[in-house]
Design a protein around this ligand. Structure first.
Ligand code: SF4
Ligand code: F3S
Length: 107
């Protein structure tokens, strides 16, 4: 059961999560990260690293965000790997916990 990045990552993209992944399965888009479900070994290390609690086990994704399971699978096939933390967007703090960020996702 892979882990999944959910809506709160959009436009926050803190990237603390990528440093701890032992199998380098994070993939980076313009304003969101995803986990490649075919690579994730379910180690749980990334989940507590995210300052905005955007990472969940597939079976525990918050209600209403189930579509992020498919979105991680889809986007991870086209986005490049990211393994080193980088600076978050300058306005990341303003976007923490904001609802309806899916429409702002850049592909
Ligand atoms: Fe990587 Fe482990 Fe997180 Fe899966 S659960 S994305 S293997 S750190
Ligand atoms: Fe996103 Fe949290 Fe990682 S905001 S980039 S899932 S640390």
């Amino acid at each position: 059961m892979p882990f999944v990045v959910t809506e709160n990552c959009i436009k926050c993209k803190y990237t603390d999560c990528v440093e701890v992944c032992p199998v380098d399965c994070f993939r980076e888009g313009p304003n969101f990260l995803v986990i490649d479900p075919d690579e994730c070994i379910d180690c749980t290390l990334c989940e507590p690293e995210c300052p905005v609690n955007a990472i969940y086990p597939e079976d525990d994704v918050p209600a209403g965000q189930e579509h992020f399971v498919q979105l991680n699978a889809e986007l991870s096939k086209g986005w490049p790997a990211i393994t080193v933390r980088k600076d978050a967007p300058a306005d990341a703090k303003e976007w923490e916990g904001k609802p309806d960020k899916l429409k702002l996702l850049e592909r």
